[in-house]
Design a protein around this ligand. Structure first.
Ligand code: SAJ
Length: 425
């Protein structure tokens, strides 16, 4: 039974996971190289936004079950939850995983369990972690146990999903997998399946790749919808009535640190085999430019101002990593547009175009461009911005605005995946 756990990496996954274990009877020490994040967490302040995290962090710190610092400590088990990004050339950068693994070696004891949570290319446990762990004097598989237990939680609903989602746990041997299962049973209510480490790595990457390919399909359908003057959002909704169809939603691109990244792991490892996967990545990465081209077409003059609503990569989160909004803004600026952006979830000064309110963004703008479907935008009313604008155009790339109401208020309204200019309908 694990009594002491050391979690390396206190980001979007590591911190909620550490807090969850601490509130379920496991004594946790959290480690991060970011001194400021460590100071904030120990003062019960959040450096990331996540529903329900604040109260759970308060409880974990107040009870003394969660401590944090920049250095690992001895423990029964270690969880590595660090970034696994891609480089400019789209190859996996596994230095964080390697360094995090190396950092725990001096603290290892006989019988320890080391778990990788980060999403990684298949064989990372074998090729990157094990060589580091072998530098300890312990025998891998007999004195040190190692597994991959990839997180599957969705930002915004992390705590529900940590508890409810099933887990695929892959061990370097059966004992490693069993020990990992026993640990996660502290809070996981979903089913836990055991396999080997490489299969678990592939399963996780495959899940996100499935979503990327499906979104690419939806984006292609949106372009077809525009070509045929069909509202693709309705069409997808109707198609999804079929019990075996589950088409995802189109949008201005795919962002975040997972879905826009993980498919590249497969392209790197198996380039000859990854045709649909590669094309889907390119399709989704091409969406920001597609949106910017449409803005140009609708506004007709690049010497104008565009009010961009939404900077984070998806609804109701503050995370701007790989956000398509940034690419759309860059594309617009390259065309010569002036951009003012607003996002109620993103902290001030996160982006040079950021202003403090929707009204300020709309001041003198020719178009309101919706790039993220935050709940705050869904109820946006034309009266809030109409008078301040230079011209009345709205372009919704997420199908989250009541466009007919805007049309009544005299706006030219556009919806991604429904090319018609609705003004004259
Ligand atoms: N998006 C669309 N259309 C859709 C769904 C999403 O354009 O129908 C876009 C979003 O706007 C966003 C991006 O895709 O820019 C990714 O958002 P997401 O909500 O699909 O996924 P993430 O990145 O927040 O979380 C995913 C989840 N994976 C799956 O659903 C298979 C989550 O369960 C994983 O734990 C997470 O990746 C991860 O950490 O790997």
């Amino acid at each position: 039974m694990t009594k002491n756990l050391c979690v390396i990496g206190l980001g979007y996954i590591g911190l909620p996971t550490a807090v969850m274990f601490a509130n379920h009877g496991v004594r946790v020490h959290g480690v991060d190289v970011n001194q400021r994040a460590v100071e904030m967490i120990s003062n019960k302040q959040l450096h990331i936004e996540e529903n329900g995290l604040q109260e759970r962090l308060d409880k974990a710190i107040d009870s003394g079950m969660l401590t944090v610092s920049t250095e690992p400590v001895e423990a029964d088990a270690f969880i590595v939850a660090v970034p696994s990004p891609i480089r400019e050339d789209r190859t996996a950068d596994l230095e964080y995983v390697r360094k995090a693994t190396a950092s725990i070696v001096p603290y290892l004891k006989k019988g320890n369990l080391i778990i990788l949570e980060s999403t990684v290319p298949p064989k990372t446990v074998e090729d990157v972690m094990l060589p580091e762990l072998e530098k300890s004097s312990f025998k891998i598989g007999e004195e040190l146990f190692v597994s991959h237990s990839p997180e599957r939680v969705i930002p915004g609903r992390i705590f529900e999903e940590l508890e409810q989602n099933g887990r695929i746990i892959g061990g370097i041997n059966e004992k490693s997998a069993e020990m990992t299962k026993e640990l996660y049973e502290a809070f996981v209510k979903g089913p836990i399946e055991l396999t080997d480490a490489t299969t678990a790595e592939l399963v996780k990457v495959m899940e996100n790749t499935y979503r990327d390919v499906n979104i690419a399909f939806a984006n292609e359908m949106a372009k077809i919808g525009e070509h045929l003057d069909v509202n693709i959002w309705d069409a997808i909704r109707f198609a999804n009535f079929h019990p075996r169809v589950n088409i995802h939603q189109p949008g201005p691109g795919v962002g975040g640190h997972c879905i826009a990244v993980d498919p590249w792991f497969l392209v790197e490892l198996a380039p000859e085999q990854s045709n649909i996967i590669h094309l889907s990545r390119k399709t989704n990465d091409g969406m920001p430019e597609f949106v910017a081209d449409r803005v140009m077409e609708f506004v007709g003059d690049s010497e104008r101002k565009i009010a961009v609503l939404g900077l984070s990569f998806k609804a109701d989160v503050d995370d701007m990593r790989q956000s398509p909004s940034i690419d759309v803004i860059n594309n617009l600026q390259e065309k010569g547009f002036t951009v003012a952006s607003f996002d109620p979830h993103v902290k001030d000064d996160s982006h040079p175009t950021q202003v403090k309110s929707i009204e300020e963004a709309a001041e003198g703008a020719a178009m309101v461009l919706i790039l993220t479907n935050h709940k705050e935008f869904k109820d946006l009313e034309p009266g809030q911005v109409a008078d301040a604008m230079d011209e009345k155009i709205i372009y919704d790339t997420k199908n989250c605005i009541d466009l007919p109401a805007w049309k009544v208020a005299g706006f030219r309204t556009y919806l991604l995946g429904d090319h018609k200019d609705n003004t004259n309908e």
